[in-house]
Design a protein around this ligand. Structure first.
Ligand code: ADP
Length: 439
């Protein structure tokens, strides 16, 4: 409407200019046409300026114009700004989304309808040994060259996952599963299951070990019962068989007790941080355990001596600490021959930690065994362990207890000369009484 008014105004001005001097109709018409032509030229120039601005595709404001072209320019500017903001926003969201998938410990691979890799995150590239750039748009069957995976793809039954050995630098086990989505596309998820598989293997080994440990004494007991039933035995022979039965029953009892201790340690609440136990009492109880066992196993011929400091308290579970200390001293008695020497004591470490140690002059341990001693059922000398009432769980229990208290189990030994076992307790669990008196 405004433009029509402008056009007529231009034509009128053209006509008026020609009528100023002579009033002539032909000249008037020419004036009108000239006015219209001038207006159109100005209009086309304005349009060209606007088009040039649009073609620049930058963030600049629209050129200064009048009328329709100004309105049009402003509208285009607003709409472009809105679109740009929206695009930036969407790009930011997409980047955040991709960063989240990148951060995932699980691998994600996007496959197109032909089974070609469209995108993969860092975890997937580590799990499957893929190169996110070089392998892009490659058929997944060709880049994950594993017969098990090829078979999985051929079958096309993706309800379950398939387990592969990692092609990455670390030897790990990977579970892979495909999920269809969109138009014949697939999402491939990968998961590192090495730890789960290891835990599963450990669980199986543990069950097998426990079963074996129980079966052995049971077999002996069954044999003894049959002998007692079938053979006419004199009193002395009967006593012999009955005492062997009692020994096996004791062995099973020890095993069950240790298993219960382990399970209560695993599922139990953390040891209290403000229940204080005198170091003196803890060591005395351990010493009494050692003395009793020395009497039973070696006729009391071993020398047991206590050294070090006792003027402090330790915070934690009294029962657990007693069990850890007791295990270490009784092991020293069991693995040291008669007439040997066993020294036990507490020691203050440089940063205020406390260490309970047991030093013996026993059989000692070859270096290759040291790192494995605290594994469940790991024994160097099976028969010696069993003869002396061992379950193979003692050091596993000690290590567990030490770690629950924030400490550690330390072992050093020289084969044929003797061993030193110790448990440490962190400074926060130790209350040095001397320090308190000084303060
Ligand atoms: P066990 O019930 O067999 O003693 P432990 O877990 O207490 O089980 O100990 C594991 C193994 O560590 C033992 O079988 C033994 O071979 C070795 N061991 C433990 N303490 C000593 C020690 N003081 N001297 C030598 N060997 C030891």
């Amino acid at each position: 409407m405004l433009r029509t008014v402008e056009l007529f105004l231009a034509m009128f001005l053209g006509w008026l200019l020609t009528q100023w001097t002579h009033s002539n109709a032909t000249l008037g018409l020419l004036g009108c046409l000239l006015g219209a032509a001038l207006w159109m030229t100005w209009d086309m120039a304005a349009r060209a300026v606007l088009v040039r601005w649009i073609q620049r595709r930058d963030d600049s404001k629209p050129p200064k114009m009048r009328g329709l072209w100004r309105d049009l320019g402003e509208r285009i500017y607003k709409s472009l700004r809105y679109q740009r903001r929206k695009t930036l926003d969407e790009r930011r969201r997409l980047n955040e989304f991709l960063a989240a998938i990148q951060a995932s410990p699980n691998g994600v691979v996007l496959l197109d309808s032909e089974g070609r890799m469209d995108w993969c995150n860092q975890s997937a590239s580590e799990h499957l040994g893929l190169d996110p750039n070089e392998d892009l748009h490659q058929v997944v069957r060709n880049i994950v060259r594993d017969p098990v995976f090829t078979q999985y793809l051929q079958k096309g039954r993706y309800e379950t996952e398939v387990k592969l050995h990692s092609r990455g630098p670390a030897a790990s086990e990977i579970a892979v599963q495909l999920f269809p989505y969109g138009r014949q596309r697939h999402l491939m998820l990968t998961r590192d299951i090495t730890a789960i598989q290891r835990a599963e293997r450990m669980r199986r080994d543990f069950v097998a070990n426990v079963s074996h440990e129980i079966k052995t004494p049971l077999t002996v007991i069954r044999g003894v019962v049959e002998t007692l039933q079938d053979l006419p035995l004199d009193a002395e022979q009967r006593d012999h068989y009955l005492s062997s039965m009692a020994k096996q029953a004791q062995r099973m009892d020890n095993l069950v007790t240790d298993l219960l201790t382990l399970s209560s340690l695993e599922g139990g609440p953390p040891p209290p941080a403000s229940e204080w136990h005198a170091a003196q009492v803890l060591i005395e109880t351990a010493l009494n355990d050692a003395k009793a066992l020395n009497g039973v196993l070696h006729g009391g011929t071993q020398t047991l001596e206590v050294m070090g400091e006792t003027q402090f308290d330790v915070a934690g579970s009294g029962r657990e600490m007693q069990s850890a200390l007791g295990n270490l001293v009784t092991n020293a008695v069991r693995y040291t021959p008669p007439n040997g020497r066993i020294t036990l004591g507490w020691r203050r470490l440089p940063h205020g930690e406390a260490e309970f140690y047991v030093q013996d002059t026993g059989v000692g341990i070859a270096p290759q065994h040291l790192s494995r001693l605290s594994e469940r059922f790991y024994r160097i000398d099976q028969s010696r362990s069993r003869e002396t009432g061992g379950t193979g769980l003692g050091l596993a229990i000690v290590k567990h207890i030490a770690q629950r208290h924030g400490g550690d189990l330390r072992i050093s030994s020289v084969l044929g000369k003797g061993s030193r076992f110790s448990v440490t307790f962190p400074a926060r669990r130790v209350r040095w009484l001397d320090d308190q008196r000084e303060a």
